[in-house]
Ligand binder design. Structure first.
Ligand code: HEC
Ligand code: HEC
Length: 286
């Protein structure tokens, strides 16, 4: 038994060295100012209990070209998703004959700051709720419309539109509400749990090896303040739970369902890690 385990970990070690982390490169020393007007907080002193001294936006780890695209809202292709979200906001749907705007009016007023404070405690379900699930709740309970399935229908554009109303505002969660602390702890456990054939945790890449290269990718701290983000490689907006699932899949582990308790805990915990960073939605990544 002992011998078997030993062999197993040797194999894992061999695979990890294939995935090999190479030379460290400092995050770019640069400032993110959107449209030469709105300066983003892309570096912040970490909150108490954070393992790193400073939190740094993933933007600093991208190439100069990618960084430039995010700084110009006309060039940022994610803004098309935001515009699409605005159209959906104003569209009547469901048996109640209402649009989001019927109740919430001008999103630049009613939704300002909302995206910076999610996930929030939801007393009705006794769980944390993110923007995607909050949209579904309003569709079902207030509009007589169907819930969007994961990544389908208006879910990504509407989420991007709502988060964009908090552009530049620092991320801050209320962990004192309900059982948020419990979900934070569960998310932390997931973050440090090694899984998959490669036996890696989120922390293996985004904490221990941040700043190093893994293949062609400059590893960031894996902060979530830009989501949904526009990925140039995939030519579309990518939701946070899709990104989580992609990262877990890369360790060759089974990946949990979107909005499962495991990924909701992870969203609470990773959002907390980025406390103080500006909401960048829609961020641009490669
Ligand atoms: C019939 C009225 C109604 C409609 C239509 C409606 N909502 Fe809501 N919405 C509410 C109410 C009531 C709340 C709860 C307010 C609170 O808890 O402070 C809410 C809360 C929210 C919140 C959370 C705000 C916060 O401060 O945490 C979001 C986000 C939201 N709605 C988005 C939407 C979207 C997107 C749509 C359209 C798909 C929509 N709503 C349609 C009534 C509505
Ligand atoms: C094998 C290494 C590896 C592991 C393990 C890993 N990731 Fe990633 N992750 C990456 C790479 C590579 C990228 C793209 C470059 C970057 O931003 O670091 C990325 C990007 C991200 C991003 C997007 C960051 C941004 O600025 O847009 C998030 C969020 C993220 N990871 C979260 C996680 C979480 C949560 C886990 C654990 C469930 C995890 N990752 C595990 C390699 C990994």
């Amino acid at each position: 038994m002992r011998k078997l385990l030993f062999t197993g970990s040797l194999i894992a070690a061999a695979i990890v060295s294939q995935a090999s982390f190479t030379a460290f490169a400092a995050p770019a020393d640069d400032k993110l100012v959107i449209d030469e007007e709105l300066e983003m907080i892309t570096r912040a002193k970490s909150v108490e209990g954070h393992p790193l001294p400073e939190v740094i936006s993933g933007w600093h780890f991208r190439t100069p070209e990618t960084r430039a695209i995010e700084s110009d809202s006309f060039q940022n292709p994610g803004m098309l998703g935001v515009e699409q979200g605005e159209e959906i906001w104003n569209t009547v749907e469901g048996t109640e004959g209402k649009s989001c705007a019927s109740c919430h009016d001008d999103a630049s007023v009613s939704m300002k700051g909302v995206g910076a404070a999610y996930p929030k405690w939801d007393a009705d379900s006794g769980k944390p709720i993110n923007i995607e699930l909050r949209i579904n709740k309003c569709r079902v309970e207030n509009m007589g419309a169907e819930a969007y399935k994961f990544d389908k229908g208006g879910q990504k554009p509407l989420t991007a539109f709502i988060k964009h109303q908090s552009l530049g505002m620092p991320v801050a969660l209320d962990l004192a509400a309900g059982d948020m602390q419990k979900w934070w702890e569960q998310g932390k456990e997931t973050y440090y749990r090694r899984t998959g054939q490669l036996n890696l945790s989120c922390a293996s890449c985004h904490e221990k090896n941040q700043g190093k290269y893994i293949r062609a990718d400059h590893l960031s701290q894996g902060n979530v303040n830009g989501f949904p983000t526009y990925r140039l490689k995939q030519n579309k907006l990518i939701s946070l739970h899709n990104r989580f699932r992609g990262c877990i899949r890369d360790t060759r582990a089974e990946f949990p369902a979107a909005f499962s308790d495991t990924l909701m805990g992870l969203e609470v915990y990773t959002t907390w890690r980025g406390t103080g960073l500006s909401v960048e939605t829609p961020g641009v990544r490669q």
